[in-house]
Design a protein around this ligand. Sequence first.
Ligand SMILES: O=C[C@H](O)[C@H](O)COP(=O)(O)O
Ligand SMILES: C=C(OP(=O)(O)O)C(=O)O
Ligand SMILES: [Mn+2]
Length: 457
Amino acid sequence: MTADTTADWMSLPAAQQPAWSNPDSLHEVLSSLRSSPPLVYAAECDQLRDRLAAVARGEAFLLQAGDCAETFDGVSADQIDTKLRTILQMAAVLTYAASVPVVKVGRMAGQYAKPRSSDLETRDGVTLPSYRGDAVNGPAFEAATRVPDPHRLTRMYHASATTLNLVRAFTTGGYADLRRVHAWNRDFLALSPVGRRYEDLARQIDSALAFMRSCGTLPREIQTVEFYASHEALLLDYETALTRVDSRSGNLYDVSAHMVWIGERTRQLDGAHVEFAARIRNPIGVKLGPTSTADDALALIDRLDPDRRPGRLTFITRMGAEKIRDVLPNLVEKVTASGARVVWVSDPMHGNTYKSESGYKTRQFSSILDEIRGFFEVHRHLGTHPGGIHVELTGDDVTECVGGAHEIGDADLQQRYETACDPRLNRSQSLELAFVIAEMYGNSGVGTRAHRGEERR
Ligand SMILES: O=C[C@H](O)[C@H](O)COP(=O)(O)O
Ligand SMILES: C=C(OP(=O)(O)O)C(=O)O
Ligand SMILES: [Mn+2]
């Protein structure tokens, strides 16, 4: 940043910031990050904003997915590969079902910091600072590990760069060819207890691909994939160090990711996170929980999208299955009446978390589906566009959320409960979710304008 673009948001109150252990180290780390190369280009952020503008107009669907908390140990070819495959497999099903392009955005390559409900964690009478993501401290319940260490910000930068490098190679190097992705879906269905239920849909996709092949057309979009990176812009020290002036326009961009979002716990209108987001030009997401009011949403629009530019602002609603049908309609109505064109996305995870009898933080697959169903119902009723989903998942066969085709029960959670923070859908549950949503599209009335054959506005 230059002298005329000082990071004045840093003087505002900022929730959920770590108490860094050593100010000198922090200073050193941030100064090195300030001179490190960008992880993304401003022009790529603009391209994503254009793609999201299509979502806002009802002409595309957003799939935003990945870990609750990425970990430094998780930066391995295998884990990144299976997660990406899972997301692309979901996207293939959703593209066919929704009959519109699916914009693919990972909670990946930077999702290393977590807001917490409590600053402290107590186990067996011992109290330590809570784990706040690998960018801040370590998950092990040991006093030394839980001390916030600024050197972790450097590791976050390198872990993000390594992940993004692999993502770019995977998605543009021919490996993510749609025909191959569909073959993976075929393999999944062959092994899934609910595979038969989706046989028809898979056959229809087979036919569509065969038709394109026999026409001799092979669009570039079949062979390579546009994939974007996103994370919660939580640690303002890190995000600010990676905020740069774009030489083309003179505008500020956070070059740590294409898109960043503000969480439910940090979206205070007079806080530093909102001011920071207002100043950068990246596409911005904001989580809206069950206590959000229409006035909150309208005030956020005024601050973050004063020019009412489609694609700039995405509202990620996370109300909980029991509340979505009551809370969402008023928000959507008032926002629509204001003339703003935001992207509406459903996060069906964060409003449906509970502690199971066995003591694990978990989510019911059925509640996740129910929140998505409620989201679609509300938008169908209001004639607005259910723009996408935002989910926490992994490509591994973990046991963290209960339910799904393999009927994971409370007693199974201990088998492979590996998340660093929130319970994620495993590979099978993620793919099943995509097929269930596809089924919702098959049912009358649900979906995009293109899907319903309506004129575009
Ligand atoms: O995604 C993150 C969690 O929902 C958030 O960090 C809060 O989790 P906690 O209630 O366990 O602190
Ligand atoms: C912390 C998260 O969500 P929220 O801000 O909606 O609670 C998250 O997305 O991991
Ligand atoms: Mn989470």
